[in-house]
Write a protein that binds this ligand. Sequence first.
Ligand code: SF4
Length: 252
Amino acid sequence: MRSSSPPASSAASDPLARLAARVSRCRACPRLVAHRERVARERVARFRDWTYWGRPVPGFGDPAARLLVVGLAPAAHGGNRTGRIFTGDESGNWLYRALHAAGFANQPTSVARDDGLRLTDVYVTAAARCAPPGNRPTPTELARCRPFLGRELDLLAGLAVVVVLGKVAHDAFLAALVARGARVPSPRPRFAHAAEHRLPNGLLLLCSYHPSQQNTFTGRLTREMLDGVFRRAATELKSRDTRSSERILHRT
Ligand code: SF4
């Protein structure tokens, strides 16, 4: 039987692991709690041998990440089943294949928490941590979940680039910045695929359509378009490496 039961806490002293444990216990949104647990109880035929996670899905990745990816919310039979964000569904296949192509992941697939996937220099999270009905969290639910994103922003101190997947993630990320007291340009940066914005705190914000089936099946988002966004992220990080080594050389 494939299991996605919660792991024993392995890193009590790790603040991101502590946050993940807190996230996975959250029951603040009654509608989402009911939905995620019902889906986990009922399952679908193709996953009937799984024990679904059925809880909020924490962020995942490299604690030293300079790149943050913000998605919308776990999929009912993806993250809500496997317990790892963007894992076990088509959106995840698209995302991790693109991250692998850009050098951020050791493999192009993400099927289960024990599949050997390792991320380097990237952390993946979402605007809402519970699978919502129809993939649509309400504004109230997004606002309730926002402090978790804000806490990740606090803990990922080396962030330089943020990729937002879709407008909901874009708005959630900017709202989390504002909630932390960061300055955000007015009018706010606009969402459009491949748009990029340099924020006053030095972060580069890159926008991409979400790799949902609604976008990928219709050709609104192609593999090349998604790869292009992560190539741009990698190029930016490389150029920051070059600039900082030039500064070091200049000082010596
Ligand atoms: S969406 Fe976020 S705030 Fe709401 S129950 Fe899930 S983890 Fe908690």
